[in-house]
Design a protein around this ligand. Sequence first.
Ligand code: UD1
Ligand code: CA
Length: 464
Amino acid sequence: MTNQQESTPLSVIILAAGKGTRMKSPLPKVLHPVAGSPIIKKVIDAVKGAGANEIRVIVGHGEALVRKVVEPMGVTCHQQQNQWGTADAVKAADVASLKGDVIILNGDHPLLEPSDVQKVMTEFRASKADLAVVSAIVKKPGSFGRIVRHKGDLRAIVEAADASAETLKIDEVNTGIYIVRAEILAEYLPQIKNHNSKQEYYLTDIISLCQEAGEKVTAIRARASVGFGVNTQEELSKATRLLFARKNKALMEGGVLMIDPKSTYIEEEVEVGMGSVIYPGVYLRGRTKVGSVCMIEPGCYLAHTLVSDGVHIKAYSYFENTVVGPRASIGPFARLRPETEIGQDAHVGNFVEMKKVKFGARSKAGHLTYLGDATIGEDVNIGCGTITCNYAVDKKKYRTVIGDRTFVGSDSQFVAPVEVGADAVIGSGSTITKDVPAKALAVARGKQVNIENWKPKASEPEKK
Ligand code: UD1
Ligand code: CA
Protein backbone atom coordinates (compact mmCIF):
# COMPACT_ATOMS: atom_id res chain seq x y z
CA MET A 1 0.00 0.00 0.00
CA THR A 2 1.25 3.48 -0.80
CA ASN A 3 0.97 6.29 1.71
CA GLN A 4 -1.62 7.98 -0.43
CA GLN A 5 -3.85 4.87 -0.30
CA GLU A 6 -3.35 4.48 3.41
CA SER A 7 -4.60 7.99 3.98
CA THR A 8 -7.77 7.42 1.91
CA PRO A 9 -10.66 7.60 4.37
CA LEU A 10 -12.52 4.36 4.97
CA SER A 11 -16.21 4.50 5.79
CA VAL A 12 -18.43 1.53 6.56
CA ILE A 13 -22.14 1.01 6.07
CA ILE A 14 -23.65 -1.92 7.97
CA LEU A 15 -27.11 -3.12 6.90
CA ALA A 16 -29.17 -4.06 9.92
CA ALA A 17 -32.71 -2.89 9.24
CA GLY A 18 -34.13 -6.17 7.97
CA LYS A 19 -36.79 -8.05 9.80
CA GLY A 20 -34.99 -11.35 10.24
CA THR A 21 -38.31 -13.14 9.69
CA ARG A 22 -36.68 -16.56 9.52
CA MET A 23 -35.34 -16.22 13.09
CA LYS A 24 -38.96 -16.42 14.36
CA SER A 25 -37.89 -14.38 17.36
CA PRO A 26 -39.11 -11.11 18.90
CA LEU A 27 -35.49 -9.91 19.17
CA PRO A 28 -34.05 -8.05 16.13
CA LYS A 29 -31.84 -10.55 14.31
CA VAL A 30 -28.55 -8.68 14.67
CA LEU A 31 -28.97 -8.53 18.46
CA HIS A 32 -29.10 -12.28 18.95
CA PRO A 33 -26.13 -13.39 21.02
CA VAL A 34 -23.42 -15.34 19.30
CA ALA A 35 -20.82 -16.78 21.72
CA GLY A 36 -21.85 -14.10 24.21
CA SER A 37 -22.03 -10.92 22.13
CA PRO A 38 -24.65 -9.53 19.76
CA ILE A 39 -24.11 -10.68 16.16
CA ILE A 40 -23.66 -7.09 14.98
CA LYS A 41 -20.90 -6.44 17.55
CA LYS A 42 -18.76 -9.03 15.76
CA VAL A 43 -19.26 -7.15 12.48
CA ILE A 44 -18.53 -3.77 14.09
CA ASP A 45 -15.39 -5.17 15.78
CA ALA A 46 -14.19 -6.63 12.48
CA VAL A 47 -14.42 -3.35 10.57
CA LYS A 48 -13.08 -1.31 13.48
CA GLY A 49 -10.12 -3.67 13.74
CA ALA A 50 -9.48 -3.14 10.04
CA GLY A 51 -9.18 0.62 10.56
CA ALA A 52 -12.61 2.01 9.65
CA ASN A 53 -12.73 5.78 10.23
CA GLU A 54 -16.51 5.94 10.44
CA ILE A 55 -19.31 3.40 10.77
CA ARG A 56 -22.94 4.02 9.80
CA VAL A 57 -25.48 1.38 10.81
CA ILE A 58 -28.79 1.19 8.94
CA VAL A 59 -31.59 0.50 11.39
CA GLY A 60 -35.30 -0.14 10.90
CA HIS A 61 -36.88 -3.21 12.39
CA GLY A 62 -36.48 -3.03 16.20
CA GLU A 63 -34.75 0.32 15.71
CA ALA A 64 -34.88 1.59 19.31
CA LEU A 65 -33.34 -1.56 20.71
CA VAL A 66 -30.66 -1.82 18.01
CA ARG A 67 -29.68 1.83 18.57
CA LYS A 68 -29.39 1.25 22.31
CA VAL A 69 -26.95 -1.60 21.77
CA VAL A 70 -24.83 -0.24 18.92
CA GLU A 71 -24.60 3.51 19.59
CA PRO A 72 -22.31 3.02 22.60
CA MET A 73 -19.98 1.15 20.23
CA GLY A 74 -19.14 4.46 18.51
CA VAL A 75 -21.30 4.15 15.39
CA THR A 76 -24.03 6.39 14.02
CA CYS A 77 -27.46 5.01 13.19
CA HIS A 78 -29.48 5.89 10.11
CA GLN A 79 -33.11 5.02 9.76
CA GLN A 80 -34.48 3.09 6.78
CA GLN A 81 -38.24 3.76 6.86
CA ASN A 82 -39.47 0.75 4.90
CA GLN A 83 -37.46 -2.37 4.28
CA TRP A 84 -37.49 -2.14 0.48
CA GLY A 85 -34.26 -4.04 -0.04
CA THR A 86 -30.53 -3.74 0.47
CA ALA A 87 -30.05 -0.89 -2.04
CA ASP A 88 -32.83 1.10 -0.40
CA ALA A 89 -31.09 0.48 2.94
CA VAL A 90 -27.82 1.97 1.67
CA LYS A 91 -29.69 5.10 0.48
CA ALA A 92 -30.58 5.77 4.12
CA ALA A 93 -26.86 6.21 4.88
CA ASP A 94 -26.66 9.65 3.21
CA VAL A 95 -24.08 8.45 0.69
CA ALA A 96 -23.54 11.94 -0.78
CA SER A 97 -21.63 12.88 2.38
CA LEU A 98 -19.15 9.98 2.08
CA LYS A 99 -15.55 10.34 0.92
CA GLY A 100 -12.83 7.86 0.00
CA ASP A 101 -13.54 4.13 0.09
CA VAL A 102 -16.74 2.64 1.41
CA ILE A 103 -17.32 -0.89 2.65
CA ILE A 104 -20.93 -2.01 2.65
CA LEU A 105 -21.77 -5.20 4.50
CA ASN A 106 -24.57 -7.16 6.12
CA GLY A 107 -24.93 -6.96 9.88
CA ASP A 108 -25.55 -10.69 10.25
CA HIS A 109 -22.10 -12.16 9.47
CA PRO A 110 -20.59 -13.00 12.87
CA LEU A 111 -17.59 -15.02 11.66
CA LEU A 112 -16.00 -12.00 10.01
CA GLU A 113 -12.62 -11.01 11.49
CA PRO A 114 -10.53 -7.83 11.17
CA SER A 115 -7.94 -9.76 9.13
CA ASP A 116 -10.63 -10.75 6.59
CA VAL A 117 -11.59 -7.11 6.11
CA GLN A 118 -7.97 -5.96 5.97
CA LYS A 119 -7.19 -8.54 3.33
CA VAL A 120 -10.01 -7.58 0.98
CA MET A 121 -9.26 -3.86 1.47
CA THR A 122 -5.64 -4.37 0.52
CA GLU A 123 -6.67 -6.30 -2.58
CA PHE A 124 -9.25 -3.70 -3.54
CA ARG A 125 -6.77 -0.87 -3.30
CA ALA A 126 -4.13 -2.80 -5.23
CA SER A 127 -6.65 -3.63 -7.99
CA LYS A 128 -7.49 0.06 -8.52
CA ALA A 129 -11.09 -1.05 -9.07
CA ASP A 130 -14.07 1.28 -8.66
CA LEU A 131 -16.25 -1.41 -7.17
CA ALA A 132 -15.66 -4.91 -5.81
CA VAL A 133 -17.86 -7.61 -4.41
CA VAL A 134 -16.35 -10.07 -1.95
CA SER A 135 -17.12 -13.61 -3.03
CA ALA A 136 -16.55 -17.06 -1.59
CA ILE A 137 -16.74 -20.64 -2.79
CA VAL A 138 -19.22 -22.57 -0.67
CA LYS A 139 -20.43 -26.16 -0.56
CA LYS A 140 -24.13 -25.32 -0.31
CA PRO A 141 -24.81 -22.11 -2.26
CA GLY A 142 -28.53 -22.30 -1.27
CA SER A 143 -30.10 -18.85 -1.07
CA PHE A 144 -26.90 -16.87 -1.70
CA GLY A 145 -26.65 -14.53 -4.67
CA ARG A 146 -24.57 -16.18 -7.43
CA ILE A 147 -21.45 -14.60 -8.92
CA VAL A 148 -21.90 -14.70 -12.69
CA ARG A 149 -18.71 -14.39 -14.74
CA HIS A 150 -18.01 -14.18 -18.47
CA LYS A 151 -14.60 -15.49 -19.54
CA GLY A 152 -13.49 -15.11 -15.95
CA ASP A 153 -14.60 -11.49 -15.61
CA LEU A 154 -17.35 -10.50 -13.19
CA ARG A 155 -20.61 -9.67 -14.95
CA ALA A 156 -23.40 -9.70 -12.40
CA ILE A 157 -24.79 -11.02 -9.15
CA VAL A 158 -27.99 -12.98 -9.60
CA GLU A 159 -30.19 -13.58 -6.57
CA ALA A 160 -31.18 -17.20 -6.03
CA ALA A 161 -34.87 -16.31 -6.30
CA ASP A 162 -34.31 -14.88 -9.78
CA ALA A 163 -31.74 -17.41 -11.04
CA SER A 164 -32.11 -20.09 -13.73
CA ALA A 165 -31.37 -23.74 -12.91
CA GLU A 166 -28.02 -23.33 -14.67
CA THR A 167 -27.08 -20.22 -12.62
CA LEU A 168 -28.09 -21.93 -9.38
CA LYS A 169 -25.30 -24.48 -9.96
CA ILE A 170 -22.64 -21.78 -9.53
CA ASP A 171 -20.81 -22.29 -6.24
CA GLU A 172 -19.15 -18.86 -6.10
CA VAL A 173 -21.45 -16.64 -4.07
CA ASN A 174 -21.91 -13.06 -2.90
CA THR A 175 -20.79 -12.78 0.72
CA GLY A 176 -22.77 -9.55 1.08
CA ILE A 177 -19.64 -7.39 1.34
CA TYR A 178 -18.91 -4.68 -1.21
CA ILE A 179 -16.14 -2.11 -1.47
CA VAL A 180 -16.78 0.94 -3.58
CA ARG A 181 -15.35 4.38 -4.14
CA ALA A 182 -17.73 6.94 -2.64
CA GLU A 183 -18.35 8.85 -5.91
CA ILE A 184 -19.22 5.63 -7.73
CA LEU A 185 -21.71 4.68 -5.03
CA ALA A 186 -23.35 8.12 -5.12
CA GLU A 187 -23.63 7.96 -8.90
CA TYR A 188 -25.03 4.44 -9.40
CA LEU A 189 -27.08 3.77 -6.26
CA PRO A 190 -30.01 5.96 -7.41
CA GLN A 191 -30.13 4.06 -10.70
CA ILE A 192 -31.00 0.68 -9.13
CA LYS A 193 -34.53 -0.50 -9.99
CA ASN A 194 -36.78 -3.00 -8.25
CA HIS A 195 -37.55 -5.11 -11.32
CA ASN A 196 -37.22 -8.57 -9.77
CA SER A 197 -39.30 -11.34 -8.23
CA LYS A 198 -39.40 -9.69 -4.78
CA GLN A 199 -39.85 -6.13 -6.12
CA GLU A 200 -37.01 -5.06 -3.86
CA TYR A 201 -34.12 -2.72 -4.57
CA TYR A 202 -31.18 -5.12 -4.70
CA LEU A 203 -27.77 -3.63 -3.93
CA THR A 204 -26.36 -6.53 -5.92
CA ASP A 205 -27.59 -4.82 -9.12
CA ILE A 206 -24.92 -2.13 -8.74
CA ILE A 207 -22.43 -4.67 -10.10
CA SER A 208 -24.04 -5.06 -13.54
CA LEU A 209 -24.89 -1.32 -13.69
CA CYS A 210 -21.24 -0.32 -13.16
CA GLN A 211 -19.95 -3.08 -15.38
CA GLU A 212 -22.18 -1.99 -18.27
CA ALA A 213 -21.19 1.65 -17.80
CA GLY A 214 -17.53 0.70 -18.15
CA GLU A 215 -16.43 1.18 -14.54
CA LYS A 216 -13.76 -1.17 -13.20
CA VAL A 217 -15.57 -3.92 -11.36
CA THR A 218 -14.03 -6.97 -9.72
CA ALA A 219 -14.75 -9.88 -7.38
CA ILE A 220 -12.37 -10.50 -4.49
CA ARG A 221 -12.31 -14.00 -3.04
CA ALA A 222 -12.46 -14.51 0.71
CA ARG A 223 -12.62 -17.64 2.85
CA ALA A 224 -16.00 -19.32 3.11
CA SER A 225 -16.62 -18.22 6.73
CA VAL A 226 -16.80 -14.58 5.57
CA GLY A 227 -20.00 -15.45 3.73
CA PHE A 228 -21.59 -17.16 6.71
CA GLY A 229 -24.74 -15.12 7.38
CA VAL A 230 -27.16 -15.96 10.15
CA ASN A 231 -30.76 -16.24 8.94
CA THR A 232 -32.17 -18.99 11.20
CA GLN A 233 -31.76 -20.21 14.77
CA GLU A 234 -29.95 -23.25 13.46
CA GLU A 235 -27.42 -21.08 11.66
CA LEU A 236 -27.02 -19.03 14.84
CA SER A 237 -26.16 -22.12 16.86
CA LYS A 238 -23.70 -23.19 14.18
CA ALA A 239 -22.01 -19.77 14.26
CA THR A 240 -21.86 -19.95 18.05
CA ARG A 241 -20.20 -23.36 17.91
CA LEU A 242 -17.68 -22.19 15.33
CA LEU A 243 -16.76 -19.09 17.37
CA PHE A 244 -16.25 -21.11 20.56
CA ALA A 245 -14.15 -23.60 18.61
CA ARG A 246 -12.02 -20.76 17.22
CA LYS A 247 -11.43 -19.38 20.72
CA ASN A 248 -10.58 -22.78 22.19
CA LYS A 249 -8.12 -23.47 19.40
CA ALA A 250 -6.35 -20.16 20.04
CA LEU A 251 -6.18 -20.90 23.77
CA MET A 252 -4.81 -24.40 23.24
CA GLU A 253 -2.18 -22.92 20.91
CA GLY A 254 -1.26 -20.69 23.86
CA GLY A 255 -0.72 -23.68 26.13
CA VAL A 256 -4.10 -24.17 27.80
CA LEU A 257 -5.15 -27.78 28.45
CA MET A 258 -8.70 -28.64 27.51
CA ILE A 259 -10.18 -32.00 28.34
CA ASP A 260 -13.01 -31.60 25.83
CA PRO A 261 -12.99 -28.39 23.78
CA LYS A 262 -16.35 -29.28 22.24
CA SER A 263 -18.08 -28.78 25.58
CA THR A 264 -16.00 -25.82 26.78
CA TYR A 265 -17.38 -22.32 26.24
CA ILE A 266 -15.04 -19.37 26.47
CA GLU A 267 -16.02 -15.94 25.21
CA GLU A 268 -13.81 -13.91 22.97
CA GLU A 269 -12.28 -11.41 25.43
CA VAL A 270 -11.46 -14.01 28.08
CA GLU A 271 -7.80 -14.77 28.80
CA VAL A 272 -6.43 -18.05 30.21
CA GLY A 273 -2.78 -18.52 31.16
CA MET A 274 -0.39 -21.28 30.18
CA GLY A 275 -0.67 -24.65 31.85
CA SER A 276 -4.18 -24.10 33.13
CA VAL A 277 -6.57 -27.01 32.80
CA ILE A 278 -10.19 -26.46 31.82
CA TYR A 279 -12.61 -29.34 32.33
CA PRO A 280 -15.79 -29.99 30.29
CA GLY A 281 -18.88 -27.88 30.83
CA VAL A 282 -16.97 -24.77 31.92
CA TYR A 283 -18.33 -21.38 30.75
CA LEU A 284 -16.03 -18.35 30.97
CA ARG A 285 -17.77 -15.09 30.25
CA GLY A 286 -17.01 -11.47 29.40
CA ARG A 287 -13.97 -9.86 31.00
CA THR A 288 -12.88 -13.00 32.85
CA LYS A 289 -9.12 -13.59 33.16
CA VAL A 290 -7.63 -16.83 34.45
CA GLY A 291 -3.95 -17.02 35.37
CA SER A 292 -1.41 -19.79 34.75
CA VAL A 293 -1.50 -23.29 36.19
CA CYS A 294 -5.06 -23.05 37.39
CA MET A 295 -7.51 -25.91 37.37
CA ILE A 296 -11.18 -25.33 36.66
CA GLU A 297 -13.23 -28.46 37.21
CA PRO A 298 -16.46 -29.42 35.42
CA GLY A 299 -19.53 -27.23 35.31
CA CYS A 300 -18.05 -23.97 36.60
CA TYR A 301 -19.40 -20.57 35.44
CA LEU A 302 -17.19 -17.50 35.74
CA ALA A 303 -18.41 -14.06 34.63
CA HIS A 304 -16.15 -10.97 34.68
CA THR A 305 -13.91 -12.69 37.22
CA LEU A 306 -10.17 -12.36 37.76
CA VAL A 307 -8.41 -15.53 38.84
CA SER A 308 -4.73 -15.39 39.81
CA ASP A 309 -2.13 -18.10 39.17
CA GLY A 310 -2.35 -21.53 40.73
CA VAL A 311 -6.00 -21.35 41.75
CA HIS A 312 -8.03 -24.55 42.02
CA ILE A 313 -11.74 -24.17 41.33
CA LYS A 314 -13.64 -27.33 42.10
CA ALA A 315 -16.72 -28.55 40.25
CA TYR A 316 -19.98 -26.61 39.88
CA SER A 317 -18.89 -23.29 41.30
CA TYR A 318 -20.46 -20.00 40.16
CA PHE A 319 -18.61 -16.66 40.07
CA GLU A 320 -19.74 -13.14 39.16
CA ASN A 321 -17.47 -10.14 39.22
CA THR A 322 -15.05 -11.67 41.72
CA VAL A 323 -11.30 -11.48 42.28
CA VAL A 324 -9.47 -14.61 43.42
CA GLY A 325 -5.92 -14.40 44.80
CA PRO A 326 -3.03 -16.75 44.03
CA ARG A 327 -3.32 -20.44 44.98
CA ALA A 328 -6.77 -20.09 46.54
CA SER A 329 -9.00 -23.15 46.44
CA ILE A 330 -12.72 -22.71 45.88
CA GLY A 331 -15.63 -25.13 45.76
CA PRO A 332 -17.12 -27.55 44.91
CA PHE A 333 -20.52 -25.83 44.79
CA ALA A 334 -19.31 -22.39 45.88
CA ARG A 335 -21.17 -19.25 44.89
CA LEU A 336 -19.17 -16.03 44.79
CA ARG A 337 -21.31 -13.02 44.00
CA PRO A 338 -20.26 -9.54 42.82
CA GLU A 339 -17.60 -7.48 44.58
CA THR A 340 -16.03 -10.39 46.37
CA GLU A 341 -12.28 -10.63 46.80
CA ILE A 342 -10.62 -13.83 47.95
CA GLY A 343 -7.08 -13.51 49.35
CA GLN A 344 -4.11 -15.66 48.45
CA ASP A 345 -4.03 -19.26 49.70
CA ALA A 346 -7.55 -18.87 51.08
CA HIS A 347 -9.99 -21.75 51.05
CA VAL A 348 -13.69 -21.55 50.29
CA GLY A 349 -15.44 -24.89 50.48
CA ASN A 350 -18.75 -26.43 49.50
CA PHE A 351 -22.07 -24.58 49.78
CA VAL A 352 -20.46 -21.30 50.70
CA GLU A 353 -22.00 -18.10 49.36
CA MET A 354 -20.33 -14.70 49.53
CA LYS A 355 -21.37 -11.26 48.36
CA LYS A 356 -19.41 -8.01 48.77
CA VAL A 357 -16.84 -9.77 50.91
CA LYS A 358 -13.16 -9.13 51.37
CA PHE A 359 -11.83 -12.49 52.50
CA GLY A 360 -8.24 -12.34 53.76
CA ALA A 361 -5.19 -14.39 52.85
CA ARG A 362 -5.10 -17.98 54.20
CA SER A 363 -8.57 -17.65 55.73
CA LYS A 364 -10.93 -20.59 55.51
CA ALA A 365 -14.68 -21.00 55.17
CA GLY A 366 -14.97 -24.69 54.52
CA HIS A 367 -18.67 -25.48 54.59
CA LEU A 368 -22.25 -24.22 54.46
CA THR A 369 -21.74 -20.52 55.10
CA TYR A 370 -23.22 -17.19 54.01
CA LEU A 371 -21.04 -14.10 54.19
CA GLY A 372 -22.47 -10.84 52.87
CA ASP A 373 -21.12 -7.29 53.29
CA ALA A 374 -18.19 -8.54 55.34
CA THR A 375 -14.49 -7.90 55.81
CA ILE A 376 -12.73 -11.01 57.02
CA GLY A 377 -9.08 -10.63 58.05
CA GLU A 378 -6.16 -12.96 57.40
CA ASP A 379 -5.83 -16.49 58.84
CA VAL A 380 -9.42 -16.44 60.04
CA ASN A 381 -11.32 -19.68 60.49
CA ILE A 382 -15.03 -19.46 59.68
CA GLY A 383 -16.77 -22.51 61.11
CA CYS A 384 -19.43 -24.53 59.35
CA GLY A 385 -22.85 -22.89 59.21
CA THR A 386 -21.69 -19.33 59.90
CA ILE A 387 -24.07 -16.59 58.75
CA THR A 388 -23.67 -12.82 58.56
CA CYS A 389 -27.11 -11.29 59.11
CA ASN A 390 -26.46 -8.30 56.85
CA TYR A 391 -30.00 -7.35 55.90
CA ALA A 392 -32.04 -5.56 58.56
CA VAL A 393 -35.71 -4.75 59.00
CA ASP A 394 -35.04 -1.21 57.77
CA LYS A 395 -34.21 -2.90 54.42
CA LYS A 396 -30.61 -1.67 54.62
CA LYS A 397 -27.43 -3.72 54.49
CA TYR A 398 -24.84 -3.61 57.27
CA ARG A 399 -21.24 -4.82 57.47
CA THR A 400 -19.56 -7.43 59.60
CA VAL A 401 -15.84 -7.03 60.30
CA ILE A 402 -13.75 -9.90 61.68
CA GLY A 403 -10.09 -9.37 62.62
CA ASP A 404 -7.01 -11.41 61.75
CA ARG A 405 -6.58 -14.90 63.25
CA THR A 406 -10.01 -14.92 64.83
CA PHE A 407 -11.62 -18.33 65.22
CA VAL A 408 -15.34 -18.49 64.56
CA GLY A 409 -16.95 -21.64 65.94
CA SER A 410 -19.56 -23.49 63.91
CA ASP A 411 -23.15 -22.30 63.61
CA SER A 412 -22.48 -18.69 64.58
CA GLN A 413 -24.46 -15.65 63.43
CA PHE A 414 -23.21 -12.09 63.22
CA VAL A 415 -26.02 -9.54 63.42
CA ALA A 416 -24.56 -6.58 61.54
CA PRO A 417 -23.33 -3.96 62.01
CA VAL A 418 -20.84 -5.74 64.24
CA GLU A 419 -17.08 -5.83 64.61
CA VAL A 420 -14.86 -8.56 66.04
CA GLY A 421 -11.23 -7.75 66.86
CA ALA A 422 -8.15 -9.80 66.01
CA ASP A 423 -7.28 -13.08 67.78
CA ALA A 424 -10.79 -13.45 69.19
CA VAL A 425 -12.71 -16.69 69.63
CA ILE A 426 -16.43 -17.01 68.96
CA GLY A 427 -18.00 -19.98 70.75
CA SER A 428 -20.00 -22.35 68.58
CA GLY A 429 -23.67 -21.54 68.22
CA SER A 430 -23.29 -17.90 69.22
CA THR A 431 -25.50 -15.10 67.95
CA ILE A 432 -23.17 -12.11 68.09
CA THR A 433 -25.00 -8.80 68.33
CA LYS A 434 -22.35 -6.69 70.08
CA ASP A 435 -18.75 -5.90 69.13
CA VAL A 436 -16.11 -8.31 70.42
CA PRO A 437 -12.73 -6.89 71.49
CA ALA A 438 -9.44 -8.36 70.27
CA LYS A 439 -8.29 -11.54 72.05
CA ALA A 440 -11.70 -12.01 73.76
CA LEU A 441 -13.79 -15.15 73.89
CA ALA A 442 -17.41 -14.41 73.05
CA VAL A 443 -20.15 -16.89 73.83
CA ALA A 444 -23.74 -15.91 73.16
CA ARG A 445 -25.99 -18.90 73.48
CA GLY A 446 -28.30 -20.57 75.99
CA LYS A 447 -26.42 -22.31 78.80
CA GLN A 448 -26.57 -26.10 78.78
CA VAL A 449 -28.64 -27.63 81.60
CA ASN A 450 -28.27 -31.30 82.51
CA ILE A 451 -31.12 -32.87 84.51
CA GLU A 452 -29.89 -36.09 86.10
CA ASN A 453 -31.96 -39.30 85.94
CA TRP A 454 -34.66 -37.54 83.97
CA LYS A 455 -37.64 -39.60 82.71
CA PRO A 456 -40.52 -38.38 80.57
CA LYS A 457 -43.91 -38.05 82.31
CA ALA A 458 -46.14 -41.10 81.90
CA SER A 459 -48.61 -40.21 79.17
CA GLU A 460 -52.29 -39.56 80.04
CA PRO A 461 -54.65 -42.47 79.33
CA GLU A 462 -56.46 -41.93 76.05
CA LYS A 463 -60.01 -40.49 76.35
CA LYS A 464 -62.77 -42.48 74.74
C1 UD1 B 1 -28.04 -10.86 0.62
C2 UD1 B 1 -27.63 -10.64 -0.85
C3 UD1 B 1 -27.11 -11.94 -1.43
C4 UD1 B 1 -25.96 -12.45 -0.57
C5 UD1 B 1 -26.37 -12.57 0.91
C6 UD1 B 1 -25.18 -12.88 1.78
C7 UD1 B 1 -29.08 -8.87 -1.74
C8 UD1 B 1 -30.25 -8.56 -2.62
N1 UD1 B 1 -28.75 -10.14 -1.62
O1 UD1 B 1 -29.12 -11.79 0.62
O2 UD1 B 1 -26.68 -11.77 -2.76
O3 UD1 B 1 -25.55 -13.72 -1.07
O4 UD1 B 1 -26.91 -11.32 1.37
O5 UD1 B 1 -25.58 -13.12 3.11
O6 UD1 B 1 -28.47 -7.95 -1.25
N2 UD1 B 1 -31.48 -5.28 5.06
C9 UD1 B 1 -31.82 -3.99 5.37
N3 UD1 B 1 -32.89 -3.42 4.73
C10 UD1 B 1 -33.63 -4.09 3.81
C11 UD1 B 1 -33.28 -5.43 3.52
C12 UD1 B 1 -32.19 -6.00 4.15
O7 UD1 B 1 -31.17 -3.33 6.18
O8 UD1 B 1 -34.58 -3.50 3.29
C13 UD1 B 1 -30.32 -5.87 5.77
C14 UD1 B 1 -30.65 -7.06 6.64
O9 UD1 B 1 -30.93 -6.65 7.98
C15 UD1 B 1 -29.39 -7.90 6.60
C16 UD1 B 1 -28.79 -7.55 5.24
O10 UD1 B 1 -29.41 -6.36 4.80
O11 UD1 B 1 -28.45 -7.56 7.58
C17 UD1 B 1 -29.01 -8.66 4.22
O12 UD1 B 1 -30.40 -8.89 4.08
P1 UD1 B 1 -30.98 -10.34 3.91
O13 UD1 B 1 -32.44 -10.24 3.70
O14 UD1 B 1 -30.48 -11.24 4.98
O15 UD1 B 1 -30.33 -10.71 2.49
P2 UD1 B 1 -30.05 -12.15 1.91
O16 UD1 B 1 -31.32 -12.71 1.40
O17 UD1 B 1 -29.30 -12.94 2.91
CA1 CA C 1 -28.64 -12.74 5.15
